[in-house]
Design a protein around this ligand. Structure first.
Ligand SMILES: Cc1cc2nc3c(=O)[nH]c(=O)nc-3n(C[C@H](O)[C@H](O)[C@H](O)COP(=O)(O)OP(=O)(O)OC[C@H]3O[C@@H](n4cnc5c(N)ncnc54)[C@H](O)[C@@H]3O)c2cc1C
Length: 401
């Protein structure tokens, strides 16, 4: 008999937790459960489709899935297919790695209008998340307001600004890529309510905005007469200083150099959204599409003994993929300490029929083969009702175990 651990959420923090556990106890039985039929959480559904290098982290996670006592159980949603209570009774420990992807609200009038999109809904559409197959109508979108000053705001602006050629080697879903390529885009405003010295862009991602084929990045030099806050730690000060240098480069560029202008606008807070218009504390802007990139909230989960949270579910929506590693390893140690005090349970296996690792590998192979035919890394399967749920039994068995 050995202990059994359920990890709910097959994103980075869940995999790093499994890694931490297995490093100390390779005998553990670990079930990694996800509501999607596909693993890897935001690496698949959040990280921008043109940043394939970042997505390569999944190779580490594949090795964990290949361990003999690790099972993947996709298409199993805790709270729907099994309750948290059932899990906590059936497993010696439960790790909650469910992330946080409910778009935070701006809290201004007009936010419910159809042309206002939260960044999660928008990015999930581009990335083929099966819950978000419908994107915005871009056919008449000339002006876009991207609200926020983090890397997700840069992702959104860049993905709209890039040419079809620049996206050719990405795994953006075909409909989204075609809609962006056909949109009459002219101006994209990236809007920060504070000054550029507070922006949380990372240097490489900001610099990339200056190298786009069909878009020029511009900003007003006057807003750049600032310095990073002296109270910041050195690495943070250096990052901000470098951002200011990059933005100064943008200030020397001209609208009209390329078909699209990406304007960086600072010290401007949203006041109201109206059809075709965004009102800021500094004035009004035309905006046929508004994308808010201002962070996320998450679903509540029970916090009972034997349940341990990791990743965004624990810390909130901040930190990159590597940030999750050390934290998940530390939580894995707490789980190991907890298991130390308990005899293994001996109840039945409660997992319902799921997409297992072999099923996921079939999906993976299918997507990669479809991508190879189009010269892309993969073409994602995005419709879970027709793809995974309502297929004929013979086809379903191809994907399920
Ligand atoms: C748009 C965007 C872009 C990003 N780009 C980058 C980047 O370029 N580089 C970088 O380093 N970081 C990036 N990040 C941050 C990175 O994605 C996160 O740090 C990381 O994914 C958090 O991992 P997690 O495991 O906590 O959550 P997630 O990755 O969100 O994984 C949670 C998993 O839990 C599953 N789940 C949720 N509820 C349930 C349930 N009830 N039952 C079963 N399963 C459930 C979900 O389906 C999901 O698979 C980005 C984030 C976003 C939002």
């Amino acid at each position: 008999m050995t202990h059994r651990v359920a990890i709910v959420g097959a994103g980075p923090s869940g995999f790093y937790a499994a890694d931490g556990l297995l490093r100390a106890r390779s005998d553990l039985h670990i079930d990694i459960i996800d509501r999607l039929p596909t693993p890897y959480g935001l690496v698949r559904a959040g990280v921008a489709p043109d940043h394939q290098g970042t997505k390569a982290v999944v190779r580490q996670f594949e090795k964990i899935l290949a361990q003999p006592d690790v099972r993947f159980a996709g298409n199993v949603e805790i709270g729907r297919d099994l309750s948290w209570q059932e899990l906590s009774v059936a497993y010696d420990a439960v790790i909650v790695a469910t992330g946080m992807v409910i778009d935070r609200k701006l809290g201004v009038p007009g936010e419910a209008l159809a042309h206002v999109w939260g960044s999660w809904r928008f990015v999930a559409w581009l990335n083929g998340h099966p819950d978000h197959r419908q994107g915005p109508d871009l056919s008449r979108v000339r002006t876009v307001a991207v609200i926020g000053n983090g890397n997700v705001a840069l992702d959104v602006a860049r993905l709209l600004a890039k040419s079809a050629d620049e996206m050719a080697k990405s795994d953006i879903v075909a409909e989204a890529g075609a809609a962006i390529a056909a949109a009459p885009l002219a101006d994209i405003h990236v809007i920060g309510r504070r000054g550029p010295e507070h922006a949380s862009f990372t240097n490489n991602e900001l610099a990339e905005m200056g190298r786009l084929a069909r878009a020029v990045a511009v900003t007003d030099a006057q807003s750049l007469a600032v310095a990073p806050p002296a109270s910041d730690q050195t690495p943070e000060r250096l990052r901000k200083q470098k951002n200011l240098d990059i933005l100064r480069g943008f200030a020397g560029r001209q609208v009209g150099e390329k078909p699209i202008a990406v304007h960086f606008l600072f010290n401007a807070a949203p006041v109201a959204i109206r059809p075709g218009e965004l009102e800021l504390t500094t004035g009004k802007l035309p905006a046929d599409l508004v994308v808010t990139c201002i962070g996320y909230g998450g679903e509540a989960f029970p916090k009972t003994p034997g349940m341990f949270a990791v990743g965004w579910a624990k810390r909130g929506p901040s930190g990159t993929i590597p940030t999750n590693r050390a934290e998940s390893h530390a939580v894995a140690q707490q789980v190991l300490d907890w298991l130390e005090t308990r005899d293994p349970l001996s109840g039945p296996d409660i997992l319902p029929l799921a997409v297992d690792a072999a099923g996921w590998h079939r999906i993976d192979k299918h997507e990669i083969a479809a991508g190879a035919a189009a010269g892309r890394p993969r073409v994602k399967l995005t419709d879970w009702r027709t793809c995974w749920r309502s297929r004929k039994p013979a086809e379903r068995s191809m994907l399920m175990h």
